[in-house]
Design a protein around this ligand. Structure first.
Ligand SMILES: Nc1ncnc2c1ncn2[C@@H]1O[C@H](COP(=O)(O)OP(=O)(O)O)[C@@H](O)[C@H]1O
Ligand SMILES: [Mg+2]
Length: 319
């Protein structure tokens, strides 16, 4: 796999200087790719985001967790320019992006996947991935019509990037199928591929394993880690699956009613009494006083392997 070609243009190819390759948490030693600073957003009295601040470092996997309605998707919508907050600052790669149109923010290098799959069901895997490349087209309509030099080079570069993505996400056997016919877990992988085909500098994942069975979840977890470790792309992941978050994330922010409760490495956060109270309720305290992820679909066994409860295989979507 030529993962080099899939890296974001400005993201350093190597881990931060001095960082041991497998150490978790990985220290942030260079400028953050994203600064979200004291953001407030309300909808006719409902405080969707109420003074949230956080930073995401280069090639960091940052998770946001919290109950339904806590404001997680609203944070993503502010980041991608869908919602304009009443207060606060959001700097992406040093650029103030509040008030910027969504397509301009995307062109700056911010890509996302959605809580519910957003793909063209009738198009093939290859064609959906090609659509993820469209903003890399630097030629005009006339050149495209005439299939002239620059358009042709651009098309070939896009094809090559899509082929790399198919390789990276192990989609070869599905490449010619309309995505609507594919298994759910593969569709979610194609959506990840469409976002990665943009060669983003920051990737937002909204509930990447929602509705997946155990095998699909483990596959997706592996690909998410590969995105961070092989492509070096920083990510923000919103996820209900506590076990997954605790296993994968470098740092976690817990939100409730639009407010940040605690931000830290998974171990610290899972032992925080306020987090336990707000997110899981008193009844979920374990004897050690730490968070018991058994109330979610998955939890982590003592060996660090993800274990799965049978009821998690039912639903295919979350509200
Ligand atoms: N477009 C909107 N109009 C009105 N209320 C909204 C809108 N978007 C989100 N909200 C409200 O903001 C709060 C946070 O929602 P959301 O960000 O979707 O939460 P989460 O993703 O954590 O479940 C909820 O009370 C929700 O009803
Ligand atoms: Mg949501």
């Amino acid at each position: 796999m030529s993962s080099e070609a899939l890296r974001p243009a400005e993201t350093p190819a190597e881990a931060p200087a001095g960082a041991p390759p497998d150490a978790v948490p990985r220290p942030i030693v260079t400028a953050p790719v994203l600064v979200f600073d004291d953001v407030k957003l309300s909808f006719s009295g409902v405080k969707a985001i109420d003074g949230v601040s956080f930073e995401v470092g280069p090639s960091e996997l940052f998770a946001i967790i919290g109950p339904n309605g806590a404001g997680k998707t609203s944070i993503f919508n502010v980041l991608s320019g869908v919602y304009r907050p009443q207060q606060g600052r959001v700097r992406f790669k040093g650029t103030d992006i509040i008030g910027m149109r969504p397509h301009r923010i995307a062109a700056l290098g911010l890509a996302r996947t959605f809580q519910n799959i957003e793909l063209f069901a009738n198009l093939t895997v290859v064609d959906n991935l090609m659509l993820g490349r469209h903003h890399h087209n630097t030629y005009g309509v006339l050149a495209a019509l005439g299939w002239l030099g620059r358009a042709r080079r651009c098309e070939l570069a896009n094809r090559a990037a899509v082929e790399d993505m198919i390789d990276f996400l192990e989609l070869e056997q599905w490449r010619r199928y309309p995505v609507g016919l594919l298994p759910y877990g593969v569709q979610k992988r194609v959506e990840l591929g469409r976002a990665l085909a943009m060669q983003p500098s920051l990737l937002l994942l909204d509930e990447p394993v929602a509705g997946m069975n155990l095998e699909e979840t483990e596959d997706m977890a592996r690909f998410i880690l590969d995105v961070r470790d092989e492509l070096g792309i920083p990510m923000i992941m919103v996820e209900h699956d506590m076990g997954l978050v605790m296993d994968l994330a470098d740092r976690v922010m817990v939100v409730d009613f639009g407010r940040p409760i605690r931000t830290g490495v998974p171990r610290e956060v899972s032992h925080d009494p306020d987090v336990i109270r707000a997110y899981l309720g008193e009844e979920h305290r374990t004897s050690s006083g730490s968070m018991d992820s058994g109330s979610t679909d998955r939890s982590t066994d003592p060996a660090g392997q993800m274990v799965h409860s049978p009821e998690a295989d039912d639903g295919r979507s979350t509200p």
